[in-house]
Design a protein around this ligand. Structure first.
Ligand SMILES: Cc1ncc(COP(=O)(O)OP(=O)(O)O)c(N)n1
Ligand SMILES: Cc1ncsc1CCOP(=O)(O)O
Ligand SMILES: [Mg+2]
Length: 552
């Protein structure tokens, strides 16, 4: 079935050509002038741009892929995925497919010359940051693409080596294998084969276990891409979605939960497009891959019960965030680890004791030098918590001080807080990330090296480490001491804030352990169980600054 579908010739059935291509240059003089080589907006690069292009730069992914009439995969998935990630997406169509939830009923490859034309139109003019490839039906198309990328270099190239659809239909000629291996991969920043594609690329190698995927990732890396992601979605018997990421040095097992649903059509296209979108925003590769996985997991969760079509595989809803929360699509407020310097964690019981409203306490802490606020309310009813959080947001925002919510992702979403802090018995950080999106700050409490490693893998921004000293504020909390703190700092790839029994009398001892990624101290009673919050914050800040100056 597959080959008869695939090799139907592409025919323009219109009696006259729909468009004659050469006059474009005459109609729009200069519109096909060679694109500048660098994507960075240096003043020299900007100088020769027309005035209309001097405004805000939008991150831009160009997808080079096939159209899926069913809208679940291909170009349609890519455009929706990029849109959901807040990134502009242009498209070069390599083939038009007739498909639905049952399978692929027909394929019309677009002539190579016309693919070249589309590539030139977009790449010469539109400031593409990242190119993402999907269905490349022939070796000739791969060659055309390689040539275009040499003429118009971009920041990054994401190659999803689409060969067979999930319904089992062939989407590329067998000769494309050599084009991928010998030409396109060596230009790629990442390639994202699934198990079948990895096996085909490696001459039919059997891939049945995570260890086989690791070997495959290393072997595919030898073809020249900077990074390889072997997707284990098809791995039989696995209760998790395990992908293997290899950056040429280190292998990472990226684990997520496997969503039980038939609506998985287009997951490969979507993952690659989300990676491309995150790269276009400027995020590093592993972070982009983790954000893409988190997005996909959320989309599948949201869409698991959608019923569309009668076939075995349905589409999912890329734009679910539009329905769940307007806040999830906001651009990322870059987390600054220095904000952890004097981290004030509130306690309304203490504030009540001293007869002041929460907003006054927060304002006083900020005036005294607090650099970040966490609302930690264990007893407050949900509606009161949301109202208090909204009021505190109004206090924090004019000072540009981030406000995080302890434990309660729902409250954080409701008040559009800057992030959430969770502990080991709260919601897992990767789920928090999926719910909050990439733009929010996530902190995780860690007492062990393994927990710190997991926090990083889950996409957290920082870890809170403690209790360093005994404290009455959190009952039955195990103390890790300065030695425990040091051990975790040494192992953590994330910035660390120390917590537990810290105040003006011992903050120096904490900071003097001399760990570069120990960015500050988090305190509750040292500020809020005091009459003069502002004064205490000021004293603590000066202790911290003294140590900071003496060690740096
Ligand atoms: C900065 C910071 N670090 C650690 C914690 C503790 O969080 P958790 O372990 O979830 O305990 P509770 O605060 O929820 O009792 C924190 N809140 N902040
Ligand atoms: C929330 C928390 N997590 C670990 S210790 C602690 C309490 C810290 O309070 P204090 O600064 O009053 O010792
Ligand atoms: Mg907690």
């Amino acid at each position: 079935m597959a080959s008869t579908l695939f090799f139907q010739p592409f025919v323009l059935s219109s009696p006259t050509p729909l468009v004659s291509f050469s006059p474009i240059r005459a109609i729009l003089p200069g519109c096909l002038s060679p694109r500048r080589r660098s994507v960075s907006l240096s003043t020299t690069a900007m100088a020769d741009k027309p005035t209309s292009a001097m405004g805000t730069k939008l991150p831009h992914v160009l997808t080079v892929a096939g159209s899926d009439s069913g809208g679940g995969a291909g170009i349609q998935a890519d455009i929706k995925a990029c849109g959901a990630m807040g990134v502009y997406c242009s498209s070069v169509i390599t083939a038009v497919t007739a498909q639905n939830t049952v399978g692929v009923q027909g394929v019309h490859p677009v002539p190579e010359k016309f693919i070249e034309k589309q590539l030139e139109s977009v790449l010469s003019d539109m400031d593409v940051d990242v190119v993402k490839t999907g269905m490349l039906p022939s070796l000739g198309v791969i060659k055309v693409l390689c040539e275009s990328l040499k003429r118009f270099p971009v920041k990054a190239l994401v190659v999803d080596p689409v060969m067979v659809s999930t319904s089992g239909d062939t989407l590329s000629a067998p000769s494309t294998l050599s084009g991928y291996r010998d030409e396109l991969f060596r230009m790629a920043d990442i390639v994202t084969p699934n198990l079948k594609e990895a096996s085909a690329l490696l001459g039919g190698m059997q891939l049945q276990a995570v260890s086989d995927m690791s070997l495959a990732a290393k072997s595919i890396h030898k073809f020249g891409p900077k990074n390889v992601l072997v997707k284990g979605g098809d791995l039989s018997g696995s209760t998790e979605a395990v992908d293997i990421f290899f950056d040429g040095e280190t292998l990472y097992e990226l684990r997520g939960s496997r969503v039980q649903t038939r609506n998985t059509h287009g997951t490969g296209c979507t993952l690659a497009s989300c990676i491309a979108a995150e790269l276009a925003k400027g995020h590093p590769m592993l972070q982009a891959v983790k954000a893409a996985k988190a997005f996909l997991e959320s989309a599948l969760h949201y869409s698991k019960d959608i019923a569309m079509g009668s076939g075995p595989q349905g589409p999912f809803d890329h734009l679910f965030r539009l329905k769940s929360s307007p806040y999830n699509v906001e651009p990322r407020l870059k987390f600054n680890p220095d904000d952890l310097f004097l981290y004030a964690v509130t306690d309304s019981g203490m504030n009540r004791k001293w007869g002041r409203p929460m907003t006054d306490a927060v304002e006083a802490a900020i005036k005294g030098g607090a650099t970040i606020i966490q609302l930690r309310e264990k007893e407050m009813k949900t509606q009161e918590f949301i109202q208090t959080a909204k009021a505190c947001m109004e206090v924090c925002q004019p000072h540009k001080i981030p406000l995080l919510i302890n434990d309660r992702v729902d409250v954080a979403l409701a008040c559009n807080a800057d992030g959430v802090h969770v502990g080991q018995s709260d919601m897992q950080a990767h789920t928090v990330r999926a719910l909050l999106g990439p733009g929010k700050i996530i902190g995780v409490s860690c007492k062990t090296v393994a927990q710190a490693e997991k926090a990083w893998m889950d996409g957290a921004d920082y870890i809170g480490c403690g209790g360093v000293f005994p404290t009455n504020t959190k009952k039955d909390n195990i103390t890790i001491g300065l030695e425990g703190l040091k051990e975790i700092c040494l192992a953590s790839k994330l910035p660390v804030v120390a917590i537990g029994g810290i105040g003006i009398g011992n903050a120096n001892l904490v900071m003097e352990i001399g760990m570069k990624n120990l960015k500050g101290v988090a305190v509750v009673s040292a500020l809020f169980d005091k009459e003069n919050v502002e004064g205490e914050a000021r004293k603590l800040r000066s202790v911290l600054e003294r140590v900071f100056c003496s060690v740096s």
